[in-house]
Design a binder for this molecule. Sequence first.
Ligand SMILES: C[S@@+](CC[C@H](N)C(=O)[O-])C[C@H]1O[C@@H](n2cnc3c(N)ncnc32)[C@H](O)[C@@H]1O
Ligand code: SF4
Length: 372
Amino acid sequence: MENIGIYVHIPFCIHKCYYCDFISYPNKLDKQKEYVQVLTKEIEVRSKNVKNYVDTIYIGGGTPSVIDSSYIMEILGAIRKNYKVKKNAEITIEVNPGTVTEEKLKDYKMAGINRLSIGLQSTKNNLLEKIGRIHKYEDFLNTYKLAQKIGFKNINVDLMIGLPEQSLQDVEDSLVEIIKLKPRHISVYSLILEENTKLEVLVNLGKLDLPDDELERQMYWKVKGVLEDNEYEHYEISNFAKKGYKSKHNFNCWKQHNYLGFGVSAHSYYNNIRYSNTNNLEEYLKNPEGKNIEEKQTLEEAKKEYMMLGLRTLDGISISEFKQKYVDNPLYLFKNELSKLTNEGLLEIDLDNIKLTNKGLDLANLVWEEFI
Ligand SMILES: C[S@@+](CC[C@H](N)C(=O)[O-])C[C@H]1O[C@@H](n2cnc3c(N)ncnc32)[C@H](O)[C@@H]1O
Ligand code: SF4
């Protein structure tokens, strides 16, 4: 029986960053106790008939580090009580600079958390201010050093490119600074200008300028070059890791392995069925039985999704793994899409692999669109 992953969503933040459209609420911390009660109930109720071992747990948000650390311990306690968590499971929590204390980090360690993901975005304070972050670079450094002192070795740092008024030099400076700290993993996301965010309004009003496509492309290649020169393996479009430190949780999601998601807006993929919880916090809180909306995916949709997710990773898709999972040959099934994309130089196909070319890395959105 396949191992599974568990994702837990904590939807609270101190302040909404201008670019963010994740389900996360500022000013609702008074709901944390009630939320954790419903969440732990959901964790229990949905464990019925799940016999798989759990090899990854990811507590994301929102800002999981903003809630009381006793709640994080309670959540992990509920997971361990109701599921078979493997001894060496990868257990990650997302933390924001300025929201963790030494006590919280000690509690995380005690609860078995062995991976931290710290959201920084840039080392430049002027940029952090422009995108509405609550912290300065110095707060990140304090958090990072505290985490090292408590004994966390597996740390990821999130950075962003394509930010308003960000220069190529800003990107390079951030990378150089962060590399000095030797994190095991670095994620670098290209800004997506999401609808109805404050950033979208500011850009549309002409109050902030975004880098043009050419500059953003240069940023991407700068990131790839600098990180690869420093022995970070580029293994997914936005993710880089030192040897042995790829994120197991995310990797399993891209490989369409089974995972259960708990909390408002969380998604699950279990026995080839997708489930999504409600995006509405009030509705979620009214529903302590953890009932989910079932989103039956057709087989055809599941195969397309496998292609789309697999083509995020730099190793791409193994044709033999596809055949084994779906008893079908992707080369015939997606003959038209694949010949179009290879003719355009976006994909390459060798004996057992279909993967992005360098041009495909630049235009990955066009590749994924073929499989939506
Ligand atoms: C789910 S967020 C939560 C992490 C944490 N709350 C924080 O902000 O530090 C994970 C990461 O997604 C990235 N992200 C969020 N919104 C984005 C957007 N609109 N475009 C690109 N990346 C984004 C940021 O790098 C962020 O650190
Ligand atoms: S702290 Fe993270 S989750 Fe919260 S608003 Fe900012 S980017 Fe979004």
